[in-house]
Design a protein around this ligand. Structure first.
Ligand SMILES: Cc1cc2nc3c(=O)[nH]c(=O)nc-3n(C[C@H](O)[C@H](O)[C@H](O)COP(=O)(O)OP(=O)(O)OC[C@H]3O[C@@H](n4cnc5c(N)ncnc54)[C@H](O)[C@@H]3O)c2cc1C
Length: 441
């Protein structure tokens, strides 16, 4: 895709995550599946691994089934941004959702626990994943959005938050080397990590626990009640287990049709740039923040851990698209924010699936006798390991208090059978509304 006759793709361009340069998914195949075990996890991302770790620490045996290589799902593909908040109330349909005040209080509390839990986990397992708290700048994409941020800020302060502040358009270059936004808000209790190194560290922690069997390239294809547990059919044979935890998030398929009908998989896309000339990266990102924005079809970005490249993501489309198109769309959005990057080339591009729920909340609980941890709604780097860990402890009888996000049932999505036929239409409508906001309001 030439731009002024030139390609924006570097000669070393790869259609795979930049993060995989440091840690690649692992083909860990069990020589043979045990005939039976206490608990089977279906899905070997952050959630499945964290559940297995918690079970092992209570002396409970488990098997983690992963359909592909370990680390091939969303967990090694993200932007690696984390925060102690959860952006709630935004449905994938565009509808604004109102939650009861008690639920809002719970959700805020769980998001803080998940954020702190991530730092604890990284420290306990000695995971070297460039985890650091450098704050997030949330940019207002229209003047009316800045007014919306002001209301949100007033609510946060009234609720006792002291870790956020508004930034006017005139002051924003202290936060970001761009004039694109109409001001914004800084959330200080936010940070970033290298998602694949974090995954690799969690995987190593699981491998150090002898009571866990990892079975890669082993897809669960059938689940049937058997005795007081489950008989799980897989591409590598059958296994009997007392409990099953479904941790398949944006890759949930037909083996759990009722859960599949409650989750909308949405693709998210990312590019990494080549290394920037010295000094430029610091100018664009003077405080090492992560960036997000108020648009419906938002972009999220940050510098790579070595501070040399921009990692720039967004829903270039809501569905999967080919690598060159993805690179072209995201590069164009990058240049709108940082015009000086027009000549900078793209070295990597990738995509992955997140899972949205009808109430825009994650869920962890039990459905038809199956345990599940599902529905990251786009933010799962701290939340999914937190919920996986809570699920493991809950099965072991060691969870103090309630299961986070366990009270409300995972809601049905009207007129949806598991095939998200409506996503291109929703994506188009959101882009049109964003265009209207940015040009007219
Ligand atoms: C491009 C992108 C950017 C993101 N950016 C951020 C971010 O900046 N911050 C943030 O907080 N979150 C972000 N996320 C979300 C975050 O990555 C996810 O919420 C999190 O990784 C989900 O972890 P998980 O364990 O639930 O699922 P996954 O890591 O997706 O693992 C699910 C696994 O289940 C396996 N599976 C599916 N079916 C079966 C079966 N039948 N048998 C066996 N295995 C099966 C799949 O192969 C997959 O490996 C992003 C996600 C993407 C894709």
């Amino acid at each position: 895709m030439p731009r002024n006759g030139q390609s924006i793709l570097a000669s070393s361009f790869k259609d795979e995550p930049y993060w995989w340069e440091a840690f690649r998914p692992q083909a860990i195949e069990a020589p043979s599946l045990p005939a039976s075990t206490d608990v089977v996890m279906v899905g070997g991302g952050y959630a499945g691994l964290a559940a297995a770790r918690a079970l092992a620490d209570s002396g409970i045996q488990s098997v983690v089934l992963e359909a592909e290589e370990f680390g091939s799902g969303a967990s090694t593909r993200s932007g690696g941004a984390i925060s102690a908040g959860l952006s709630i109330g935004k449905s994938f349909t565009g509808k604004s959702l109102d939650y009861a005040p008690d639920l809002v209080r719970d959700v805020v509390g769980w998001a803080v626990e998940a954020y702190r839990g991530l730092f604890d986990l990284v420290e306990k397992e000695n995971i070297d994943c460039h985890l650091e708290q450098r704050g997030r700048f949330l940019g207002a994409c229209a003047a009316s959005h800045y007014e919306g941020l002001r209301k949100r800020y007033d609510k946060l302060r009234a609720g006792g938050a002291t870790d956020c502040y508004l930034v006017s358009r005139e002051e924003q270059r202290q936060e970001i080397g761009s004039g694109y936004y109409h001001g914004g808000m800084v959330l200080e209790t936010a940070g970033k990590l290298h998602p694949a190194l974090f995954y690799g560290g969690l995987l190593a922690a699981v491998q150090r626990r002898n009571s866990i069997t990892l079975a890669g390239h082993c897809r669960a294809t059938g689940l049937a009640r058997s005795g007081d547990g489950w008989r799980i059919t897989t591409t590598a044979g059958e296994i009997q287990a007392r409990h099953v935890v479904i941790a398949t998030n944006g890759y949930t398929g037909g083996v759990t049709p009722k859960l599949q009908r409650r989750l909308v998989p949405i693709a998210s896309h990312v590019i990494a740039t080549e290394e920037l000339p010295q000094g430029l990266a610091l100018k664009l990102c003077p405080r090492g923040r992560t960036f997000s924005e108020t648009r419906r079809v938002l972009n999220y970005y940050r510098l790579s851990p070595d501070g040399k490249r921009v990692i720039f993501g967004g829903r270039a489309r809501f569905t999967e698209i080919d690598g060159e198109k993805r690179a072209r769309l995201l590069h164009a959005s990058l240049v709108k924010r940082f015009p000086e990057l027009a000549e900078v080339k793209v070295t990597h591009t990738w995509q992955g699936n997140v899972a949205f729920t009808y109430d825009a909340l994650p869920h962890a609980g039990c459905f038809d006798g199956l345990h599940f941890v599902l529905g990251c709604n786009g933010s799962g780097v701290s939340m999914m390991p937190f919920l996986g860990d809570a699920m493991g402890r809950s099965i072991a009888g060691r969870l103090h208090g309630r299961m986070p996000f366990g009270d409300a049932p995972l809601p049905m999505i009207p007129l949806y059978t598991g095939k998200p036929w409506f996503l291109p239409a929703i994506g188009g409508a959101f882009r049109a509304l964003d265009f209207f906001d940015e040009r007219i309001r």
